[in-house]
Structure formats: structure tokens, C-alpha cells
Ligand binder design. Structure first.
Ligand code: DX5
Ligand code: ZN
Length: 216
């Protein structure tokens, strides 16, 4: 499978989201990544369901919703009715991960589990066959534009091996610090989807940067 690109709206121009979403629609982006933060799970607050709902009205690409919040099980219906296609919940925020993964699927979305930089890949062994995707963070979640943590590449390799061993079909997504240089390392390690915020929106031509990431 050719890898996918999921630009993160967090780095877009919030005074003119429609313009950036139209660019995403025209571009080779596969999905649009939406970062929801609650100021509790992560030390920042971003945007919530009304914004996702508005974005979904004009965005033609599937919405890849990344919830950096405590108790994400409370918001499955909201994510679905706001237009979410993929719902990413953090391993560290879900003591009953298996239950929430089933509930996300029953709600009609693709369930994904996200791990922070300090959470080992081996902890995912017993959930791998139930998830559509695993999202490995390349930075500590909460902010765009941070420096990529190199160890992430080893985690992607380890997860690729675990997926192959268990026969799981889970996709591997990486989020945080992704650019042309780190992107190639992650793809070589076995990543399927690259999320990119600053690399895309701070580029002179975001559409061209998406093309370059897509052709890595
Ligand atoms: C970080 C978010 C990321 C962020 C990535 O907490 O989950 O999706 O937007 O931004 P960059 O690509 O700039 O590191
Ligand atoms: Zn994210």
C-alpha cells in the first residue's frame, strides 16, 4: 500500500480555515488530522466538536480525529456526529481500552489507539487485532512544531514486527515532528500514515509539501 498523508489542522490559519481546507481538498492529502486537547491530559487546549462539525461540512477527505483528552469514552457519539471517520484515543487515557475500541467500532468509526513517547509498543500486543490503526507519537502531545524524538523510529520498527508476528492488519501512523527528513526514516521503518502539521502549513507551498511527503 502506498503510504498516506494526514496533514494536521493544528498548524493551519485559524482566521481562515476554509482556505486551508480547500487546499487540503485540492491536494494529495489522504486524510485531515484534527487534534482535540482538553488542558488535562495534555497541557494545552485546542478546539472541540463545533469546529470539527464545521470542518466536516467542507472537507472532502476523511477526518482523522486525535483525542488528547481524559475519558474519551464519553465523547464517542459527539465525534461521530461531528463527522469523524477515525477516532484515536490514547492508551494512557483508557483503563478499559478494549471496551472503548469496541464502542468506537459499533458507533460506525475506525478505532485507533495512540501511544505517548514513553509508552512501550509491547503493551499493545493484546489489542492489536481489534484496532484499525496504532498512532505512535513522535513528540510529547500537546503542541505542534516540536522536535522529533529519534527513538520513535525504533518503536515503528518494533510495532511493524509485532504486527507481522500477530497477523494483525493494523495500520501504523506517526504524529509529531514529521518532515521530509524524519518521514523517510519512518516509512523505511514501516509506517503507513504520516501526520504533518508545521512541515505542511509553514512551507512556502503547503500543497507542494503534501506532494513531496506523498512521494517520499
Ligand atoms: C501534537 C499533535 C500533532 C501536531 C503535530 O500534540 O498531536 O498532531 O499537530 O504537529 P507537528 O507536525 O508540527 O509536529
Ligand atoms: Zn495529533
Amino acid at each position: 500500500m502506498k503510504h498516506k498523508i494526514s496533514p494536521s489542522l493544528l498548524a493551519a490559519d485559524f482566521t481562515n480555515l476554509a482556505k486551508d481546507i480547500e487546499m487540503i481538498n485540492r491536494s494529495e492529502a489522504d486524510w485531515l488530522h484534527l487534534d482535540i486537547m482538553d488542558g488535562v491530559f495534555v497541557p494545552n487546549i485546542s478546539f472541540g466538536f463545533p469546529v470539527i462539525k464545521s470542518v466536516s461540512k467542507i472537507c472532502k477527505k476523511p477526518l482523522d480525529v486525535h483525542l488528547m483528552i481524559v475519558n474519551p469514552e464519553k465523547f464517542i457519539k459527539e465525534v461521530k456526529s461531528a463527522g469523524g471517520t477515525i477516532m484515536n484515543v490514547h492508551y494512557e487515557a483508557c483503563p478499559h481500552l478494549h471496551r472503548i475500541i469496541q464502542e468506537i467500532r459499533e458507533a460506525g468509526m475506525e478505532p485507533a489507539v495512540t501511544i505517548n513517547p514513553a509508552t512501550p509498543v509491547c503493551l499493545l500486543k493484546d489489542i492489536l487485532e481489534d484496532v484499525y490503526m496504532v498512532l505512535i507519537m513522535g513528540v510529547n502531545p500537546g503542541f505542534g512544531g516540536q522536535k522529533f524524538i529519534r527513538h520513535t523510529v525504533d518503536k515503528v520498527k518494533e510495532l511493524r514486527q509485532l504486527i507481522d508476528e500477530t497477523g494483525s492488519k493494523a495500520l501504523i501512523e506517526v504524529d509529531g515532528g514529521v518532515n521530509l527528513e524524519t518521514g523517510i526514516l519512518l516509512l523505511e521503518a514501516g509506517a503507513d500514515i504520516l501526520v504533518a502539521g508545521n512541515a505542511v502549513f509553514a512551507a512556502p507551498s503547503p500543497e507542494e509539501m503534501i506532494h513531496q511527503l506523498k512521494t517520499l
